[in-house]
Design a protein around this ligand. Structure first.
Ligand code: C2E
Ligand code: MG
Ligand code: MG
Ligand code: MG
Length: 291
């Protein structure tokens, strides 16, 4: 009987393994072609400023529409690309799209910034920052419209290298944000050594903020600490008005989440968030159409 149980478990494990390997293999073999054939695109989620009471920016989020597999989630393929050094290709692709879109947005609605996710591992390659900086320079956009959202900091190998890479973006005038703040390792350390302009409080603290007292306390004290250090605060994962009200009361600078708007295609972002002018009153639902 025990041998049978063990056998079942072994079969289960090898199935899982085969599935995982299968997935990584298809991602690795098809990614570059997907990039060239337009399966990979950039969508944008609005960021709403509680200071100006307007949408004043977006976050660029990558999407993969596979002809057979359907939508492939970035949380699935980003780690695989990371492992195979394909993140630079992806990130520069996203950045090229972003500078083009930021230019278009700002021709109709100004200022409209954009945040780009950058995996910390890319910062240990000095060539990456050089290439990225030249894309921004050549685009002619105001670099202060861009925010680098530093993600996956757990994978950071050399802080010194990272600091010198980030310096290149900072000298250009781009802003730096620490993504998923509150999760992972030593985010406080990064705040200090990278001299961040912004923290982005992770959605796991934000979603239930209205009802969970521990989350409330942690978010409030993070906002207080950040502000005392002269750092701005974005809360991600704002799904309802209750969360928004709490964040407003705590003095959070910017909110992002389904309550404001879901990530949309570049065409829709232009139409919905740049062409129309919103004049929000007390709540924002009445003025901002829910997607
Ligand atoms: P992230 O940067 O923390 O992005 C926020 C994620 O939360 C996005 O998922 C977004 O669609 C989702 N989200 C936004 N508002 C809400 C909300 O109100 N409720 C809930 N439940 N979710 C919300 P997405 O697009 O699946 O991206 C997942 C992660 O993949 C991102 O997390 C980011 O770390 C990574 N990623 C996406 N695009 C890129 C990219 O171009 N480069 C890199 N390096 N990573 C990327
Ligand atoms: Mg992000
Ligand atoms: Mg995040
Ligand atoms: Mg996240």
């Amino acid at each position: 009987k025990r041998a049978g149980e063990l056998g079942k478990r072994l079969v289960w494990h090898s199935d899982r393994l085969a599935q995982v390997t299968d997935q990584s293999l298809f991602i690795l073999s098809e990614f570059e072609e997907a990039l060239m054939t337009g399966q990979i695109s950039v969508c944008y989620q609005p960021k709403y400023s509680l200071i100006d009471n307007r949408v004043n920016g977006a976050e660029a989020l990558v999407r993969w529409e596979h002809p057979e597999k359907g939508t492939v989630n970035p949380s699935l393929f980003v780690p695989v690309l990371e492992h195979e050094n394909l993140m630079e290709t992806l990130t520069l692709f996203v950045l090229r799209q972003v500078v083009e879109d930021v230019e278009r947005w700002n021709s109709v609605r100004n200022p409209m910034g954009c945040a780009v996710n950058i995996s910390a591992s890319l910062l240990s390659n000095p060539a990456f920052a050089k290439r990225a900086v030249s894309i921004i320079r050549e685009s002619g956009i105001d670099p202060s419209l861009l925010t680098i959202e530093l993600t996956e900091t757990a994978a950071l190998s050399s802080q010194e290298m990272a600091v010198s890479s980030l310096d290149q973006f900072k000298r250009l005038g781009a802003h730096l944000s620490i993504d998923d703040y509150g999760t992972g390792q030593s985010t406080l350390t990064y705040l200090k050594s990278f001299s961040a302009d912004e923290i982005k409080i992770d959605q796991s603290f934000v979603k239930l903020i209205a009802t969970d007292n521990a989350n409330k306390i942690m978010v409030r004290s993070s906002i207080e600490m950040a502000h005392a250090l002269g750092i701005k605060v974005v809360a991600e994962g704002v799904e309802d008005i209750a969360a928004l009200d709490v964040l407003r009361e705590f003095g959070c600078d910017t909110v992002q989440g389904w309550y404001i708007g879901k990530p949309v295609t570049r065409e829709m972002f232009m139409q919905r968030w740049c062409m129309q002018i919103f004049h929000p009153t007390d709540g924002i639902t009445a003025e901002i159409p829910y997607p």
